[in-house]
Write a protein that binds this ligand. Structure first.
Ligand SMILES: C[S@@+](CC[C@H](N)C(=O)[O-])C[C@H]1O[C@@H](n2cnc3c(N)ncnc32)[C@H](O)[C@@H]1O
Length: 274
């Protein structure tokens, strides 16, 4: 039997756990990026459309092309965003289905560390945007403990269990992201840390939501019930539980943007409009 990997094949399940987190971090990312309106976007690894929805609602795009390999995720995205502005199609970050220079902005929201060859993925972002266009991304800083399921990961490791890791986790660090953007020849590179905080009704809400994450669920099903009970108890002791019973968790992501160099009619896009 092959070793389990992180998969994204159920849009509704994704939405409950990571889609909510994506919305929180994505808002902070777009507040920072503050892109001008009327752009032709590609949302690479759009998944269930959580970030695509933010683009449509907050960035007044001309069009958004959502691309993802997972039909299960795309089906959810198509249903959630029934607008002619957004279109979704199956595709791979390393071979985008667009002609050279035909878009204004390319973005990867929580995706670059899942792309088997991240450098090829960033090169594709650069290829499809026009000179002066933007290539941007944000990704949980999983190497430095920034992901939303960090408390459970730490306790699992403490008990000798190995949660699943994004295959190219090294691409998520500030240095890893910066090196990718430099190597792709992007100019005017800016980067920052994005923080997101999510509050759960109580510990049970936190536990059931977070253990459904695709990096934890496949491993937890292989662990003996007594060990899961012990893990849960250790995590309960670790996370901050408010007097009200609520659990408030902070995660952080690294964000980056750069511009494709070159001259275009009318000048380059501003990196930030607002
Ligand atoms: C953590 S999800 C992010 C989804 C969405 N961008 C969001 O912010 O909620 C990662 C997504 O990357 C997609 N993905 C994995 N490998 C990919 C590849 N080679 N090219 C494009 N997308 C990929 C997965 O199918 C999944 O939908």
């Amino acid at each position: 039997m092959s070793a389990p990997t992180i998969t994204f094949d159920d849009g509704a399940a994704y939405e409950r756990m990571m889609g909510q987190w994506s919305g929180l971090a994505g808002r902070a990312f777009l507040e920072w990026l503050s892109p001008p309106p009327s752009l032709r976007w590609v949302d690479i690894g759009c998944g269930s459309g959580a970030f695509t929805q933010l683009l449509v609602e907050h960035c007044a795009p001309m069009t958004v092309e959502g691309v993802d390999p997972s039909e299960g995720q795309l089906a959810f995205a198509r249903e959630r965003l029934a607008t002619p502005v957004a279109r979704f199609r199956q595709g791979d970050a390393m071979a985008l289905p667009f002609a050279d220079g035909t878009l204004d902005a390319a973005v990867m929201a929580l995706v670059v560390f899942f792309v088997p060859d991240p450098a090829k993925g960033v090169a594709e972002m650069v290829r499809v945007v026009r000179p002066g266009g933007l290539a941007a991304a944000y990704v949980w800083d999983v190497v430095n403990g920034g992901g939303p399921s960090e408390a459970i990961i730490t306790e699992m490791k403490g008990m000798g269990f190995a949660p699943l890791r994004a295959p190219r986790a090294e691409a998520s660090t500030p240095e890893g992201l910066h090196a990718l953007w430099v190597r792709a020849g992007l100019a005017d590179i800016e980067a920052r840390v994005i923080r997101a905080r999510r509050t759960f009704d109580d510990f049970e809400d936190y536990w059931s939501t977070t253990t459904a994450a695709p990096n934890l669920a496949p491993i937890l099903t292989t662990i003996a019930t007594a060990d899961v009970t012990q893990l849960k108890s250790r995590v309960r002791d670790r996370v901050p539980i408010e007097a009200s019973g609520r659990v408030s968790i902070e995660a952080h992501a690294n964000a980056i943007v750069g511009r494709r160099p070159g001259i275009m009619a009318g000048g380059g896009l501003p990196l930030h409009e607002g």
